[in-house]
Design a binder for this molecule. Structure first.
Ligand code: ADP
Ligand code: NA
Length: 340
């Protein structure tokens, strides 16, 4: 059996939004009580597309601040920055030699992110999922909390772990690791906000890269901006249904109810039991109050923390030391297994 351990990461690419918070960071906080958790700012992933160096440096600190402001305790868990633990890149190379071209060719996120001109995309953007597998498996993590958009990448991580375990089974046994060196990591996906959608278009996910700032609630938005964006959010003319199946084929309504439920730690059914029959003007007013109540303290604390870069850098340095000690142990074993 593998020690139960959680790993997850967020890219420092700016515009941290409500989708990142509800689909990922808020869940990272909740998992601290039940698991040994490792949370990473994945800057190596960020440079798969062009980044301005000064902005990148600021965004690494901003994501770290968001983790801490949301309630992740860096003393109880490991919080660090990916590029400060070189084992991630080293293990990713080995996984590039395990993963098959055909597996990566099937990744839908590459197709979305590369856009029309795939020939012009970086090799890093294509190989992104093997680095993500290395992030997770450097710690032999058993569980990964992420949004639904990462499900396919997690399946690839399992495929890589399984192929590694099979291809080197004799060496794994000979080195005293039994039948399997890597766990088959389980995704923790679900809840009412596994997929938070754009406020302007209920068929697209809320995303950092959406050119419309009104499409998302940023974690740096003040109360007035949150209120404006929710008031302007696209809806249909019907009142809220009183049961969940009434949300089918109503993506905008479904999205706002899901956001409400996730912020309130309730199910969509419970929210509809209270608000069924309400007009959107009234429901949006309740959602604005709830969102401001839950997000404002986080925004304020993020601001305070980013004003103290020395503290943030200290957290990251200590985290890198602790993460590095675990990753180094994994890499030493992998090298013995592979024959280096
Ligand atoms: P983005 O997808 O906005 O570029 P990341 O790739 O850094 O952000 O994702 C960070 C985490 O946030 C991942 O766990 C991802 O699944 C989650 N996430 C991103 N967008 C959403 C969304 N719209 N709804 C739910 N979770 C999301
Ligand atoms: Na994502």
């Amino acid at each position: 059996g593998f020690k139960e351990r959680v790993f997850s990461g967020v890219q420092p690419t700016g515009n941290l939004h409500l989708g990142n918070y509800l689909g990922a960071i808020k869940r990272f906080v909740a998992l601290q009580d039940g698991y040994d958790c490792i949370y990473c700012v994945v800057d190596l992933h960020a440079i798969t597309v062009p980044q301005n160096p000064d902005e990148l440096r600021g965004q690494i600190r901003e994501v770290t601040a968001a983790f801490i402001a949301a309630g992740i305790d860096p003393a109880r868990n490991i919080v660090f920055n990916q590029s400060q633990v070189h084992e991630h890149a080293e293990l990713a190379w080995i996984f590039n030699c395990v993963a098959r071209m055909g597996w990566l060719n099937r990744m839908t996120q590459f197709k979305e992110k590369a856009g029309k001109d795939r020939e012009a995309a970086s090799v890093g953007l294509f190989a992104y999922p093997t680095l993500m597998a290395a992030d997770i498996l450097a710690y032999r993590a058993t569980h990964v909390p992420v949004g639904e958009d990462q499900k396919q990448h997690l399946e690839l991580t399992r495929d890589i772990a399984q192929k590694f375990n099979n291809d080197w089974s004799a060496a794994i046994a000979a080195n005293g690791f039994g039948e399997a060196f890597f766990p088959l990591t389980e995704p923790l996906i679900g809840g009412p906000a596994a997929r938070v959608m754009s406020l302007r278009d209920g068929t697209k996910k809320m995303s950092k890269s959406d050119p419309s700032d009104n499409s998302r609630i940023n974690l740096t938005d003040d109360a007035e901006a949150i209120a404006q964006k929710i008031r302007k959010a696209k809806t249909d003319p019907e009142p809220l249904p009183s049961e969940e199946r009434g949300l089918e084929a109503r993506p905008e309504a479904d999205n706002l109810v899901g956001i409400y439920a996730a912020l309130a730690d309730r199910t969509k059914a419970e929210v509809l039991a209270d608000h069924g029959g309400a007009q959107f003007s009234a429901f949006k007013a309740a959602l604005i109050d709830l969102a401001v109540d839950k997000l404002s303290p986080i925004t304020a604390e993020m601001k305070r923390l980013t004003g103290d870069p020395a503290y943030i850098d200290g957290v990251l340095a200590e985290g890198a030391e602790r993460a590095g000690a675990i990753a180094r142990e994994t890499l030493d074993a992998v090298k013995d297994i592979v024959g280096f």
